[in-house]
Design a protein around this ligand. Sequence first.
Ligand code: ATR
Length: 275
Amino acid sequence: MSVNVTGTTKILGIFGDPVAHTLSPRMHNAAFRALGLNMMYLPFEVARHNLEGAIGGIRALNLLGVNLTHPHKTGALDLLDEVSNEVKEIGAVNTVVNREEILVGYNTDGTGFVKSLKDDYGFDPRGKRIVVMGAGGAGRAICWALNRENPERLTLVNRTFEKAEILARSVGACPLPWNDLQVESEICEAQLVVNTTSTPMDLNPLLVSEKQLIYDIVYNQKETPFITAVREKGARIGNGMSMLLHQGVLAFELWTGEKAPLEIMRRALFNVAKK
Ligand code: ATR
C-alpha cells in the first residue's frame, strides 16, 4: 500500500480489543485513495479500561472520526457529546464523527446489514419469518433494523434469556431461550437465520432447507462442518464481509460527506479475503 502522509492528512481509525484482525483499514484507505482524499485510517488497540482516554484523544488529536468495535460499542455511549436517534434506540454505537470537537455517535451496523441483504442477496425482509441469534451490540442493531422492515415474525434467541427479553420488547420480537424446543421449529420455518453471537453458527443441518438464507455476520470465518452441510443442502450462505462493507460505506459517507466508492471498497475487502 503506498502511503503519502502530509502535514494536512486527516486521521481516522478503529478502536477495538482485539483489533489485529480488522479489515476496515484496507477498505477505507482504498476508498480515500480512489477519491483522492488526504485521509488515513488506522487500527488502534484500545483496552476496555482505556476507552475514556481514547475517546478524549479523538478531540485532543483532532481525529476526523473512528469506528468502535468489540468491546466498545456500548461503553462509548456515555462518553460522546451527542448520539443519533438510532443509537438511542439500539443502545450501541459503531461510528463517531468529530464535528469541531463535538463527538457525535451513529450506528451503521443494522442499516448496513439490511443493505447487505437487499443489495447483495436480493432478500427483502418485509413479510418474512426471521430468526436472530444473539442479543449483544451487533444483535441489537440488526434486530432494530430488521424490525423497521416489517417482517412477518422476528424471533430472538439468546443464551442469556433476560437479554433476549429486554431486546425483544423494544424491537417487537419474540424472545426464546437458547435450548427451548420451539427454537427448532422457528428455524425450520424461517426464511432467514442470522447468527450475531461471537461463536460460529452450529445448528443441526437437518433444520436447514434450500429455501433459506443462513447468514453469519462473522467475517473471515473458516468453512465449518455446519457451513459445508448447509451448502450441501442448497441453502444460501450470507457472508459477514458483505455487512462489513455496507456498514463501512455508511460510515465513510458520514465522515467525508462524499458518496463512497462501493465497488472499490468491496474489491479491497474481497481481495484480502482471497489471500
Ligand atoms: P458484540 O457487541 O460484538 O455483539 P457482545 O455484546 O459481547 O458482542 O455479544 C456477544 C453475543 O454472543 C451475546 O449475545 C452472547 O450471549 P450472552 O448474552 O448470553 O452473553 C453471545 N455469546 C457469546 N459466547 C457465546 C456462546 N459460547 N454460546 C452462545 N452465545 C454466546
